[in-house]
Design a protein around this ligand. Structure first.
Ligand code: GLN
Length: 193
C-alpha cells in the first residue's frame, strides 16, 4: 500500500521521513497521475493560500475530491486542515476554521498534551495554526487543548491543527497508517475510529 503526500509546497519532506518508518510505502504527489493507486493522502502544512493556487493549477482539485468521495483516508495537518475546511478547495471535513488564529509567528509554540491514541503526553508543534471553531458532532476527538479541538477523526479524514511530522510523527503517523490499512467503508462508517 502506498500513501501519497501532496508535495506542491510546505513540509511534505518531513511527512515522508515519518511515513518511511511505517510499513507502508509513500509517494510524492504533484500531478493527477501521481494519485493512481494510492491508499491514503497527506495534505501537509505550509501556506494554505499558496497550496490552494497550486492544486488548482496542477489540476488536482477534482481528482483529490474523487479520492475523498471514494473514502480513501486523507490526513490534513495545519494548512492541510484549512484546505479541507469550509472555504477551501475541498470543503469536505465538516469543519469551520479560523486561520492563523493564535496570532503572528512569534506565538508559534510546542505544547505537551494528552491524546486518546497514546499513553502519556505528546509534543504538539503549532505554527501559525488554524483554530477549529465548528466540527461535526459525530467526529472522534483525538486531542483537545483546553476547550479547543486540535485533532479529530471524522469518517475517512484525520485533521491535526499542529505538525506531528515536526516532532517525529508519532502517534499520529501510525494512527493514519492504521486508517489506511483498514479504511472506513463507503458511506462513512466510523468503525475503527
Ligand atoms: N498559517 C498557515 C495558513 O493558514 C498554516 C500554517 C502551517 O501550516 N503551519 O495557510
Amino acid at each position: 500500500m502506498v500513501i501519497g503526500i501532496l508535495a506542491l509546497q510546505g513540509d511534505y519532506a518531513e511527512h515522508r521521513s515519518c511515513l518511511e518508518k511505517t510499513a507502508l510505502g509513500c509517494r510524492l504527489v504533484r500531478t493527477p497521475a501521481d494519485l493512481d493507486g494510492i491508499a491514503g493522502l497527506v495534505i501537509p502544512g505550509g501556506e494554505s493560500t499558496a497550496i490552494k493556487r497550486l492544486v488548482a493549477s496542477s489540476g488536482l482539485v477534482e481528482p483529490v475530491m474523487d479520492l475523498i468521495e471514494r473514502c480513501i483516508p486523507v490526513w490534513g495537518t495545519c494548512a492541510g486542515v484549512v484546505l479541507l475546511a469550509k472555504g477551501g478547495p475541498w470543503d469536505v471535513a465538516g469543519v469551520r476554521v479560523e486561520r492563523n488564529a493564535y496570532g503572528p509567528q512569534v506565538y508559534s509554540r510546542v505544547v505537551m498534551a494528552r491524546t486518546s491514541i497514546a499513553e502519556g503526553d505528546v509534543p504538539l508543534v503549532f505554527i501559525r495554526a488554524p483554530r477549529i471553531v465548528d466540527a461535526p458532532r459525530d467526529a472522534s476527538v483525538l486531542c483537545r487543548l483546553g476547550d479547543e479541538i486540535v485533532a479529530l477523526r471524522w469518517k475517512n479524514l484525520l485533521l491535526t491543527t499542529f505538525h506531528p511530522e515536526l516532532a517525529g510523527g508519532e502517534p499520529f503517523t501510525s494512527y493514519f497508517a492504521s486508517m489506511v490499512a483498514s479504511p472506513p467503508r463507503r458511506g462513512g462508517s466510523m468503525e475503527g475510529a
